[in-house]
Structure formats: C-alpha cells, structure tokens
Ligand binder design. Structure first.
Ligand SMILES: Nc1ncnc2c1ncn2[C@@H]1O[C@H](COP(=O)(O)O)[C@@H](O)[C@H]1O
Length: 182
C-alpha cells in the first residue's frame, strides 16, 4: 500500500495544531516512500502535506479540476498531475489512484470527498476505506452521527466496512502499516 489519498482543509486560517499534525504525517509518508494523492491546490493543509511529503522524498500526484487551474491555485509540488473537468470526476480519480484514503480535518469539500468514497463502497464499487484522522477530536460529532445511523440500521454495512478511526499519530501509522500488509 503505497498510494495514500488525502482529503483535507483548503483553509489557511485554522489552528496551528492541524498544520503540525499534518506535517508529522507528511514527513512520515516521505520517509516511508509513500505517494501522496490529493487535490493539488497550493492552500491550507493541502500545500502543507505536499511540502512535507516532498521534503521527505515521497512522490506526489495532484488531481486538479479546471476551475482550480483558471483561478491559479495549483501547487507546483506534484511530480504528476491528473486534470479533471470538475469536482465529481476529480473524486473518482483520487479514489481510483489511492490504495487507502485519510480524512484530515476539513470543511465541506473534505466531507464531500469522504462521503463520495463511502457511498460508492456502500453499493460495491470498491472496498477501499477512509481513515478519519481525528486530531483533537475534530470528527467526534460526525462519528457520533454515523454511529446513530448504524444503530438505527440506516447503514447497508457495519461502519467498519467504510472507515477506521485514528485518534493519535501512532494509531494512524499502525492502521496504514496494517493496510500495507493486506
Ligand atoms: N478551492 C479549493 N481548491 C482545491 N481543492 C479544493 C478547494 N475546495 C475544495 N477542495 C477539495 O476539497 C477539500 C478541501 O475543501 P474544504 O472545504 O476546505 O474541506 C480538498 O481535499 C480538496 O480536494
């Protein structure tokens, strides 16, 4: 398992703890020779993770929709680009190119990407998982809502079919190492 898709915030103004934890992950990915697959923008946690993966010697694939190119928000860090027409085909490319995906803290764009992956796993398009990196309990409320869905039988499969949760960096790397050995 070498290609890790990352969904994360495009915001520059979030708390510094999210940048610090993202740098720790990017450094580890670079050192482990992993490939980052991500949105390819030069903003927020996206640029942060790409910079640290690159510094550590890892490979980077940016999946960039045309709107982003028009707005000149594209990072110069990726070694390879996929160009997509819109956000929908971008999600398909990130999913196809990644062995596993990590959701770092993010907003509406990140949630859209997470739910795209889980919804398509739900009806059997793939069996790839999202790992929620629950930095500072960022995803606690969302996870509680999803648990409620499962309890009331609104999910097609047990939640473990769709995602894992890492509350710490060592839980995250353990999950990634476990996936790599499958
Ligand atoms: N302006 C954007 N540039 C690049 N990528 C974006 C942008 N807006 C959304 N995305 C995708 O969604 C998340 C980040 O969105 P948030 O709303 O900040 O969570 C990121 O993974 C991008 O692939």
């Amino acid at each position: 398992m070498n290609k890790i898709g990352i969904f994360c915030s495009a915001s520059q103004t979030i708390d510094n703890i999210y940048f610090e934890k993202t740098m720790e992950l990017g450094k580890w990915m670079g050192e482990q020779g992993k490939t980052l697959v991500y949105g390819g923008a030069n903003m927020g946690l996206m640029e942060c993770v790409a910079q640290t993966v690159k510094q550590g010697g890892g490979n980077i694939i940016g999946v960039v929709p045309s709107k982003l190119e028009e707005n000149e928000k594209v990072s110069t860090l990726p070694n390879k680009f996929f160009h997509t027409k819109n956000l929908s085909d971008r999600k398909d490319v990130i999913l196809a190119e990644s062995d596993v995906m990590i959701a770092l803290p993010g907003g509406i764009g990140t949630l859209d990407e997470i739910f795209h992956v889980m919804a398509s796993a739900s009806i059997g398009y793939h069996s790839k998982k999202v790992i929620f990196y629950n930095i500072n309990g960022f995803y606690d409320e969302l996870l509680s809502i999803l648990n409620g869905f499962e309890e009331r039988q609104f999910t097609r499969h047990p939640l473990s079919h769709y995602f894992d949760v890492a509350n710490t960096f060592s839980e995250l790397t353990n999950l990634l190492n476990k996936q790599a050995s499958i």
